[in-house]
Write a protein that binds this ligand. Sequence first.
Ligand code: KG4
Ligand code: ZN
Length: 335
Amino acid sequence: MALLLAIESSCDETAVAIIRGSAGQATEVLASEISSQIALHREHGGVVPELASRNHSLHLRGLVEKALADAGVTMPEIDAFAATTGPGLASSLLIGSTAAKGMACAAKRPFLGINHLEGHLLSPFLDQTSVPPHVALIVSGGHTLLLDVEGPGIYRKLGGTRDDAAGEAYDKVGKMLGLPYPGGPEIEKIARGGNPTAYDFPRSMLHEPHLDFSFSGLKTAVLYTLQKETSALPIADLAASFQQAVIDILVRKTLRAAKEAGRRRIALSGGVSLNQALRDAFREAAERDGLEISVASPVFCTDNAAMIAFAALLRHLAGESSRLDGDIHPNLPLV
Ligand code: KG4
Ligand code: ZN
């Protein structure tokens, strides 16, 4: 049985989690604390890196203490410490990784530097210790990635975005529609009252042979429509039609990827996978094609430290650890 404490601070959420697990047994999340900075960055319309790192350092200690108290464990009982070391904002990554290294050093325990994307990737399997072969779609604010997953640590990239990430497109379209940051959850709310077929927005690259994505054409199409609209803006219809285009692209490319890779299971993770319309569309499509589907639990879709702890646990159980003099990597690729 191993007890791990992990820190996530790659962007604008400061998070600390403690999990317990062992080979072949269900993993238990004993604590998952998050201090969101969304309200702080909202007035700037996006994340301000310096504000983010300063707030990580202000909140981290309190979150570690709260996580230990909620988990009912003490620092000397922790077997290993982990932190996100990339990709993300350099100054934010430094706060979490330096804190985790400091604790590992003081407690004389191993440190594990974790790729944020591996955290998202494995989050649909957080309550298990085995990760079955599947095709994964990570859809977040910074990434849209299709991967073939043989098992933990064995990943092959099938496709990615050539311009904006899906979450980035949501956020930019949200801004155009005058909605608060981040646009994703706001568009989802407004789209519920709209007609998804009101506007026929483009589904870029859908019929091309590769598995890459492009969302900038869709974003521009929404902008042109907005500029042409003369009457009162039908925001709900615009939001619903935009969202439908995103969903169609993601679902169809992911199902095609599963077919091409010969996998019978697909998995969804990342902030955008919190979207209920997207989750419903994926479940329906998977059922139609006779595929199994694993979706990250809603609390583990957006940035959190439990997913980082889980990725670290699998590596720790496999005997891996990272060097204390290792650097952070703002552009760290997953594959
Ligand atoms: O995974 P995440 O918390 O951070 C990154 O690693 O990027 O994802 C944040 C992204 C933002 O772009 C946000 O607008 C989007 O996830 N998002 C959503 C929803 N909730 C968050 N997009 C669509 N529908 C949602 N309900
Ligand atoms: Zn993320």
